[in-house]
Design a protein around this ligand. Structure first.
Ligand code: ADP
Ligand code: MG
Length: 238
């Protein structure tokens, strides 16, 4: 499960409308990338879906139920924060287990889920280390592990690789794509990086000033960009 529908969603900060009425459906299991220049509203849109910001008007459905007024922790979505959001004094095991301890799951269930996530992310040998003893890529995996254990209906990533150097970014890109294949869970991935969008997405949503310029597969956007902005941004030969 992980179908997300935005219906005439708008968002204003004070008098400034940063998202004019916007409709979008994200299908269950899809890897959707929001791409567009800095300030176009990608993070805002993701935060509206997560419930970290209230929408100004419209509604958001998750798996067919109105989630507009559902608090973030009960939406069944997991936001993956950048690696610096790890607790430095806790081991990897404790960092990954943290949301489950907050949710008061029993210890056997916590251990099972943490070990499952560690296995998927190749972190089994690092469970007793602290974040300071890990590489940047490993820290990023711990942050993802903390989302996986919650068994969310969808993962929301906001430029998760922007702190990593170029070589590591390529590796992590592949790892996140592989994770999507393995889990088959809905993922929404925000980036301003066209290469990330083109290589990772099932579906790309191109945004400019809060407006969806086009939605389509990487190939569709490349072959038939709707306008010059999309063509320029995606790098189509038009
Ligand atoms: P992106 O993630 O694509 O770079 P954002 O969603 O962060 O863009 O921002 C979209 C627009 O909304 C920008 O003009 C930004 O200045 C504005 N904005 C974002 N958050 C706030 C806020 N809390 N208060 C006022 N304006 C905001
Ligand atoms: Mg942003």
């Amino acid at each position: 499960m992980g179908r997300i529908q935005l219906k005439s969603v708008t968002k204003s900060f004070g008098d400034v409308e940063v998202i004019p009425p916007l409709d979008l459906t994200i299908e269950d299991g899809e890897f959707t990338v929001f791409v567009g220049p800095s300030g176009c509203g990608k993070s805002t849109l993701l935060r509206l879906i997560a419930g970290l910001e209230d929408i100004t008007s419209g509604s958001i459905d998750i798996d067919g139920a109105d989630a507009t007024d559902v608090p973030p922790a009960r939406r069944g979505l997991a936001m993956v924060f950048q690696s610096y959001a790890l607790y430095p004094h806790m081991t990897v095991r404790k960092n990954i287990a943290f949301p489950l301890r907050m949710a008061k799951l029993d210890q056997a269930e916590i251990d099972k889920r943490v070990e499952g996530a560690a296995a998927v992310l190749n972190l089994t040998d690092y469970l007793d280390r602290r974040p300071g003893q890990l590489s940047g890529g490993q820290r990023q995996r711990v942050a993802i592990g903390r989302a996986i254990v919650r068994e969310p209906a969808a993962f929301l990533f906001d430029e998760p690789l922007s702190n990593l150097d170029a070589a590591l970014r390529v590796g992590m890109r592949l790892e996140i794509s592989e994770l999507h294949e393995r889990l088959a869970t809905t993922m929404i991935y925000v980036t301003h990086d066209q290469v990330e969008a083109m290589t990772m997405a099932d579906k790309i949503v191109v945004l400019q000033a809060g407006v969806i310029e086009q939605v389509g597969s990487p190939l569709e956007l490349y072959r038939t960009p709707r306008n010059l902005f999309v063509a320029g941004f995606i790098g189509s030969p038009k």
